[in-house]
Design a protein around this ligand. Sequence first.
Ligand code: KIV
Length: 270
Amino acid sequence: MQARKKVTVPTLVAMKAKQRRIVTVTAYDATFARLADAAGVDILLVGDSLGMVVQGHNSTIPVTIDDMVYHTRAVARGTQAAHLCADLPFLSASISPEKALMAAGRLVQEGHAESVKIEGGEDVAPAIERIVRAGIPVMGHIGLMPQSVHAMGGFRTQGKTEAAQQRIMADAKAVVAAGAFALVLEGIPADLAAQISAEVSVPTIGIAAGPHCDGQVLVIYDLLGMNPDFNPSFLKKYADLAGVITGAVRTYGDEVRAGDYPPPPVASPK
Ligand code: KIV
C-alpha cells in the first residue's frame, strides 16, 4: 500500500476551502497513535484529557508540562502521516506570553509536536501571537474549556445566553486574529458553532458542538467505549472495548486458574 502523504498545517487550512472534513482523535501513546494513523485520521491530538482517561484524575488540571512532553514523545514514535498537535496544560498560557512560548517550545523540541493547542479566548491572544511569531503553529480552543472547570461550575455547555454567545464569538475572532491556524469549539450550541465556522477563515473542529464544524474531534477512549459509565449525549461509541478487554482478561484468568494456559509443550521431533 502507498504511504499516506504527511498532513501539515497548510494541508489542514486548505481542507476548509475544499470542504473536506478534518478527522481528529486524541492519542496518548505510540500504540494508539500507530493504529489511529493507520486508520487515516488527519490530526492526532495529545490532549490533556490524558489527566482523566490515563491518569485517573477528575479534571485536566493536575496535568503538568512534563506529563505532556512524555506522552507527546510517545505519540510521536507511533505517528507517520497524521499531524501531531499537543495541548498546553493548565496555566501554561495564561501567566505570560514568554512562559507560554517556553512550554510550547518544550512540546515541539522535546515532544516532537508539530503544533500546540491552547485553551482560552481574548485573554490568551497575546500568548498565541508570541508562539506563532516564534514559528510554532497554534490551534485555539474555546467554548467549554475543561481547564476552567471550577469557573464554569462543572463540564457544562457554554453559550446559553445571547451575551455568552457574543463573548464566544469575540473569543473566536481574537484567537484567529492572533494567528491560530484552527479552532476547537467545545460544548457550544450547534447554531453558534455554525455561525463561527462561517465567519472565521480557519477550520473549526467541534466536540459537542453539532455537525456544522469543519471537522470533529473525540477522545479515543470515549469513541472506543472504554468507559461504560461515560455516556454524554454527543458521544457515539464505535466499539465496546470495555467489554472486549474485560472479557478477554477474564478468559485469560479463567484459563490460568484452570491450568489451560499455557498449553502443554509440543514434543520436539527427535
Ligand atoms: O484534551 C483533550 O482531549 C481535548 C479535546 C477533547 C479537544 O482538548
